[in-house]
Design a protein. Structure first.
Length: 217
């Protein structure tokens, strides 16, 4: 695993402080390091952590765990998407992938701006001028620990298949389990036990599904 160099981290911390100061207390800036410990303790710097309730040493976000599970050095930055905190705040978020001198991703620099109050204003204005309900993508939930993150990923795998576990075929379960693996769920300690129990299969079957192709027999 690539290690974030100290001088690069200090430069990122300086930028984080500047962004947080520029946009005020509603703007959280987080630096996640990608290392062997990142599946549990990825946050190495944070400004205005009260926005999400996180602190240095806390665990990864969805984008961090996904990068750990399926490392890609060509990952494009993810800009201006919605996230939701455990207490219901709506954030406008951006995640930027930081690379070392060899081009390997070594950190993820995230900006989360609390737009909850602005969203309320938007809804009020929409009620006045709107003619029909517009579609809005459900914000991604920000989790505070890996247990909650695993629960979130399992819920997303069910939504991907589009049916309850009781009605899933073998192919449905393979699809869901491949989604979990791609998004780093298997990196979490004892996740195999919880995933196997959720889908009503044995751990042996779980790992055989991981070796199966999606859509295969």
């Amino acid at each position: 695993m690539v290690i974030l160099e100290q001088n690069q981290l200090e430069n990122l911390k300086q930028i984080a402080k500047g962004i947080a100061a520029q946009f005020g207390s509603n703007c959280e800036v987080v630096i996640h390091e990608l290392s062997d410990q990142s599946a549990y303790h990825s946050i190495v710097a944070i400004e205005n952590g009260h926005v999400t309730g996180r602190k240095i040493g806390d665990g990864p976000s969805h984008v961090v765990l996904e990068q750990l599970g399926q490392p890609r050095d060509d990952m494009p930055d993810e800009l201006c998407y919605l996230t939701r905190t455990p207490d219901g705040k709506i954030l406008k978020s951006s995640s930027m992938y930081i690379r070392d001198s060899s081009g390997k991703i070594c950190a993820i620099f995230c900006v989360n701006y609390d737009i909850s109050a602005l969203t309320m204003v938007e809804h009020a204005v929409h009620d006045l001028i709107g003619t029909k309900e517009s579609e809005r993508k459900e914000p991604e939930r920000i989790t505070l620990n890996v247990a909650d993150l695993l629960d979130d990923l399992i819920r997303q795998s069910d939504e991907l298949v589009g049916k309850p576990v009781a009605l899933m075929t073998k192919e449905d379960k393979i699809k869901a389990i491949h989604f979990l693996n791609t998004n780093g769920a298997m990196l979490i300690t004892k996740s195999g036990d919880k995933i196997a129990k959720h889908f009503g299969i044995s751990k042996y079957t779980l790992y055989s599904y991981l070796d199966s192709k999606v859509g295969g027999n």
